[in-house]
Design a protein around this ligand. Sequence first.
Ligand SMILES: [Cu+2]
Length: 176
Amino acid sequence: MKKLPAAVAVAATVLVSLAIVGPGVGATIAAKGGNPVKLSGRVNVDGTATATGGAVAIHVTDFAFNPTFVKIPAGIRSITVNLTNATGTEHTFTVPGTNVDQMLNPGQSATVTVPVPKSGALEFHCRFHEPLGMQGAFFTKKGAKLVSTSGAATSSGATPTTKKPASSSSSGGYGY
Ligand SMILES: [Cu+2]
């Protein structure tokens, strides 16, 4: 019965390698790289979809939007969003800078129309659970920057739209 030390050594080795792999993997996957839009704070990512035919269905979950990111096709200036809340929790679909602030009771569905920017990205969130990561965005292209639609809706085409592929600074957009 002198086998114990060997077994302990193996167990210890496994634990150590798990500890080494763990944090590295988490860091690479986390939020930054893959998301088409950079949002501040926590984001529970649950897919990306394109608003085909000017419409998209968004399912509200606890506590994420599915899809989380919605691509705006070229030439589309408003998107019909068909919302469903199949959870047992109250949520909202709220788009800052617009009048879209839809309450969704448990089991409730609703349809809202969201004015979207010609270029850039537009954030949406749940008023109750944004701190938990319940937010997402419409976007025209990967890497698009957040704009305020209150400006975009009224001044369509008034601002110079510089066609720069995924630039990181000076969007030349709608100005905060
Ligand atoms: Cu919510």
